[in-house]
Design a protein around this ligand. Structure first.
Ligand SMILES: Nc1ncnc2c1ncn2[C@@H]1O[C@H](COP(=O)(O)OP(=O)(O)OP(=O)(O)O)[C@@H](O)[C@H]1O
Ligand SMILES: O=P(O)(O)OC[C@H]1O[C@H](OP(=O)(O)OP(=O)(O)O)[C@H](O)[C@@H]1O
Length: 212
């Protein structure tokens, strides 16, 4: 009997789509996955243990090896720069990162302020653009910052565009498209290669099948 594979799953938005994808790949995940407060869910028949973490923390669990595999947004991967392998684009939870601000915003300030939940990613982006900015890290409701004068611009996720629109903000620049990725701990990939490859194959079969 092979060893148990531990999978770090992001709580929240991505979770439901990831569970659906796993089920389509043939994993029998009990109803408990649809409505539970448990942070550890064991599926003995599949030899899998799922741990439920904050989306931004998933790569940390995988890097430290307490999870062999994880599901993380590309936004989180860019921001966190963890030492893990990104093995598959799951093509779920699609959205994109953009710079936004008040309509008519013109680049004029010395050291303009940029608010974001992704300070590393945003700082890197502006550096590449040759613009020096002051980063302000926020944890949510990012769109509030330019409305209340905390920042000149924001870097945030856009999905439907509704949050920007309803708050009178406009998209100024698109940074990068985002989907969720399957990530793997490098040591686990050596020790449990067969089990991990099998999961990657099953999931990629579903992901690619749906593209066809
Ligand atoms: N409209 C969206 N807004 C935010 N994240 C989205 C959106 N659509 C897809 N995502 C993906 O979902 C992930 C965030 O999920 P979620 O919003 O549940 O977590 P969170 O905002 O980090 O958590 P919390 O709200 O508890 O701080 C992102 O990393 C991104 O990859
Ligand atoms: O383009 P939309 O479909 O409107 O989605 C984008 C919004 O959703 C997310 O916020 P979330 O709901 O996670 O709240 P938060 O900013 O407080 O984390 C994101 O940070 C944007 O604000």
């Amino acid at each position: 009997m092979s060893e148990v594979l531990t999978v770090a799953m992001p709580k929240g938005r991505i979770f439901e789509e990831a569970v659906e994808l796993l089920r389509r790949a043939g994993y029998r995940l009990p109803e408990e996955f649809d409505d539970s407060r448990k942070l550890i869910l064991d599926v003995e028949e599949e030899n899998l243990r799922f741990i439920l973490a904050k989306p931004m923390d998933v790569p940390t669990y995988v890097e430290h090896g307490v999870a062999d595999i994880g599901v993380a947004g590309k936004d989180v991967m860019i921001e966190e720069e963890r030492d893990v392998y990104e093995v598959l684009d799951l093509k779920i939870s699609a959205c994109y990162l953009a710079v936004a601000g008040l309509p008519g915003y013109e680049k004029k300030d010395i050291n303009p302020k940029v608010a974001s939940k992704y300070p590393n990613l945003a700082a890197q982006y502006f550096k590449e653009q040759g613009e020096q900015v002051e980063m302000i890290k926020l944890n949510g409701s990012i769109e509030l910052a330019p409305l209340i004068g905390l920042a000149d611009r924001i870097v945030d996720i856009v999905s439907t565009g509704r949050t920007l629109k309803e708050n009178g903000l406009v998209e100024l620049e698109t940074i990068v498209p985002i989907t969720s990725r399957l990530i793997v701990n490098p040591v686990s990939y050596r020790m449990k290669d067969e089990q991990i490859d099998q999961m990657v194959e099953r999931l990629s079969g579903v992901v690619e099948g749906e593209q066809a």
